[in-house]
Design a protein around this ligand. Structure first.
Ligand code: BG6
Length: 490
């Protein structure tokens, strides 16, 4: 069994990590614009200013001092400000995607480009025009856009003045934002994703050290508001254009029991429920799963919701399921077992049977087939793998080549696994590997953690020509696509 003939081969990016032009054409700020760079071992920081004028830097994901507001300060480097300047290079970049034969391009819209503070009555025309130009450029090459509406860049004003997604007001502001998008891009876009890695809010409770009980409980509330906002977006999309397909996007927080000890198996089942299925179940089945009550009790959550919320969730079920897949971790019930196995926002024990990347993320291609089966058999709606890839250090040789055989091997094994899942009967319709062109890393803000088929000449400090170069993986992926997954270069 090979890939279906209309399979969507492509690549994925996000606005804040590639566009740059952070203050151009009326765009407002997002939290990423006050975020500095970190490394695999030092967290990124948020720069802020207090009403007294005093300034400071707080590690990302820790609350900054009361009354402080995120601020751009002299003497700091903010990698997302210019990113890889897709804003001004999109024609050249899309031409390269087309040369590889892309059928789909996943990108996101920066909310603050459309509504600079998130609260305006009318959208920013220049922001709307930019995305229209991008979609039209994609259309020229028959590349289908897959558009994430919110990818880690809520307008800073909403985060700070309205307390972010904990505030129900964001539901209606998001509704207005999506209404504008769905009307504006009718006929140009078909596939939408509401929130990127929506489950990351729950994964943070393991991932972020010493998260307070209140913060954990608040994240459930924020998540509930996002569920409702997403469900309303699904309904609105369908009412504006019945051709629209809207999906969820869940971080593949996939894990195995570390051993076959029943305690490990049980603990892992719970982990999968808490960090993965909790979100999938609400968004695909339209209601909270039975284990939600257990989870709320454990985390001391008193979730307030209205009758209308319940109705919205039911009526706003997604059309397809999408997820990111980079790695797996292991779960142990034994507290003495080290949590030294890393993944995308996930933490667990190391798996002795898999290899680890330079950033410590476990690489587990077989796991992709396993999870595709798990997901499809649970939800039975079309599935997309919308992020996958190897963040690695690439070397640009003097003759401007990048020999990234390691990336080819990583991707090839995952593609073989997807082929296996198709044989198993999974209705897999798209594969958009992450960072198809090098971009700023979300977790570390580094440039040297590269995923692309296209090398961008830019370093961790923002030096470079921004020139694009094709890596070896570029030609390899081009063949994969033209042979519809037959020629994997084995
Ligand atoms: C996912 C995000 O978490 O993983 C992307 O959706 C991110 O935004 C990707 O870039 C890879 O993570 P990182 O930290 O290596 O950039």
């Amino acid at each position: 069994m090979s890939f279906p003939k209309d399979f969507y081969w492509g690549g994925a990016t996000a606005a804040n990590q590639c566009e740059g032009a952070y203050n151009v054409d009326g765009r407002g700020l997002a939290k990423t614009d006050v975020t500095t760079a970190g490394t695999a071992t030092t967290p990124r920081g948020i720069t802020y200013r207090l009403p007294s004028g005093e300034t400071g830097l707080a590690p990302q994901f820790t609350p900054y001092p009361k009354d402080a507001k995120g601020a751009i300060l002299d003497g700091y480097y903010y990698p997302n400000h210019n990113a890889i300047d897709f804003y001004h290079h999109y024609k050249e970049d899309i031409a390269l995607f087309a040369e590889m034969g892309f059928k789909m391009f996943r990108m996101s819209i920066s909310w603050s480009r459309i509504f600079p503070n998130g609260i305006e009555e009318e959208p920013n025309k220049k922001g709307l025009d930019f995305y229209r130009d991008v979609f039209e450029e994609l259309k020229k090459y028959n590349i289908e856009p897959l558009v994430t509406i919110s990818h880690y860049d809520t307008p800073l004003y909403l985060e700070e003045e309205l307390d972010g997604w904990k505030n129900r007001k964001l539901i209606s502001l998001f509704d207005r934002y999506t209404e504008v998008l769905f009307n504006e891009y009718k006929g140009l876009v078909k596939y939408w994703l509401t929130f990127n890695e929506i489950n990351s809010l729950l994964m943070f409770k393991d991932f972020i050290h010493n998260m307070s009980k209140d913060d954990i409980a608040n994240n459930y509330k924020a998540l509930h508001n996002q569920f409702v906002a997403s469900a309303r977006a699904v309904q609105r999309a369908h009412s504006i254009d019945p051709e629209y397909k809207v999906g969820c996007m869940i971080a593949g927080a996939c894990s195995y029991p570390l051993t076959c000890a029943p305690e490990d198996v049980l603990k892992n089942q719970k982990k999968m429920q808490d960090s993965f299925y909790y979100c999938g179940d609400v968004m695909v089945r339209g209601e909270y799963p039975v284990f939600a009550k257990r989870l709320w009790k454990e985390d001391n959550v008193n979730l307030e919701y209205t009758e209308e919320d319940i109705k919205d969730l039911k009526e706003g079920k997604v059309d397809f399921f999408s997820f990111s897949y980079y790695s797996t971790t292991c779960t142990s019930a034994d507290k003495n077992v080290a949590k030294d196995g890393l993944g995308n926002f996930s933490l667990g024990s190391k798996n002795p049977y898999i290899q680890y990347s330079e950033w410590g993320w476990g690489m587990d291609p077989i796991g992709l087939r396993y999870y595709l089966n798990e997901i499809y058999n649970r939800y039975e709606i079309p599935v997309m793998v919308v992020e996958n890839g190897l963040g690695a250090i690439d070397e640009l040789t003097e003759d401007k080549k990048v020999h990234d055989q390691y990336r080819i091997e990583y991707l090839r094994e995952h593609i073989k696994s997807m082929e296996g899942a198709l044989e198993d009967g999974v209705d897999l319709i798209a594969y958009t590997p992450w960072g198809c062109i090098d971009l700023i890393s979300a977790s570390t803000g580094e440039m040297k953690k590269r995923y692309g088929f296209i090398y961008v000449d830019l370093d961790n400090e923002g030096n470079g020509t921004m020139q694009r170069y094709k890596k070896d993986s570029f030609e390899w992926y081009k063949k994969v696509i033209s042979s519809n997954g037959e020629e994997l270069g084995l």
